[in-house]
Design a protein around this ligand. Structure first.
Ligand code: ATR
Length: 272
């Protein structure tokens, strides 16, 4: 029941209408008997939105595209891992004091744990893209003791900047997005570009892929995932990363780790 004690949570981004987070978090609050709601806040003004969290005592939010980097300057404290990534996807409001965290990389670690039973530490891993999403994935790989990755990006300069950020954590070899040799010799290819968010777009020529497991962090099956499957390659979409990051955000909000099976049940048809 919603009443005057109901705590408010939400996700801030633009656009935000496609987000599955309100559905997932709201159902989890209900399942665990927490008097809270979680909704979507679409804004063009992130500074006012963050002030609004304080003014209205909103208890916590997730932050998504395009504001993950902007909010680093707007919260009161940034967790150590989020500071390395210079990106925040979760804000917790502790009596008006806003603390920013990043659970995206934890979500990707969960995806790997769930899907990659084989040892991948010394495999040839290619990361496509060098933006915020790619940074979370590279960070997760470094945490999992992967020593080196290939970083394939459209704009070489952006890839070199990302390489610089991680120079003490993981070895990065920068190359072009469509480097045929790297793509054909890779064991794992992870798409972290935004190509594929729009239907019908694909970041690389699938004919170059020889044997790689394809991972796309987009949670619906992208064209890359579909093409990989039709080539009989193993292909993993980003749904497990999405549910994984939500798990850790929810834990920050409520102190509870939700039941993963329940989460997948709640998301139902959105899974594929
Ligand atoms: P996100 O937070 O989703 O990572 P981002 O930081 O804007 O978003 O990064 C987007 C990534 O997708 C970048 O690696 C970008 O490549 P550039 O560095 O060359 O901009 C990549 N990307 C976006 N549109 C692309 C396109 N049409 N073709 C190839 N790469 C693209």
């Amino acid at each position: 029941m919603i009443n005057a004690d109901t705590k408010v949570y939400g996700i801030i981004g633009n656009p935000i209408r496609h987000s599955l987070s309100p559905q997932l978090h709201s159902e989890m609050f209900k399942a665990y008997g927490i008097n809270a709601i979680y909704t979507a806040f679409e804004t063009k003004d992130i500074k006012s939105a963050i002030d609004g969290i304080r003014a209205l005592d909103i208890k916590g939010v997730n932050v998504t595209v395009p504001y993950k980097e902007d909010v680093v300057q707007l919260v009161d404290k940034v967790d150590k891992q989020a500071m390395i990534l210079k990106a925040i996807n979760t804000i917790k409001n502790e009596n008006g004091y806003l603390i920013g965290y990043n659970t995206d990389y934890l979500g990707f670690m969960y995806l790997l744990k769930k899907n990659m039973k084989e040892n991948y530490i010394s495999k040839r891993i290619a990361v496509l893209g060098a933006g915020g999403a790619a940074k979370s994935i590279i960070f997760a790989l470094s945490k999992l003791n992967v020593n080196s990755v290939f970083l394939l990006n459209r704009t070489r300069e952006n890839a070199l900047k990302t390489e610089e950020i991680f120079k003490n954590l993981i070895e990065i070899e920068v190359s072009d997005l469509n480097d045929k040799d790297v793509i054909s010799s890779s064991d794992i290819i992870i798409n972290c570009t935004s190509v594929g968010l729009k239907e019908g777009q694909i970041p690389i020529d699938i004919n170059y892929v020889d044997k790689a497991v394809i991972i796309d962090i987009i949670y619906k099956d992208s064209l890359l995932i579909k093409r990989a499957r039709s080539k009989n390659l193993r292909a993993i979409n980003g749904m497990d990363m999405f549910v994984g990051q939500a798990l850790y955000s929810f834990e920050l909000f409520s102190g509870i780790k939700f039941d993963m099976n329940l989460a997948y049940k709640v998301l139902g048809d959105n899974k594929r």
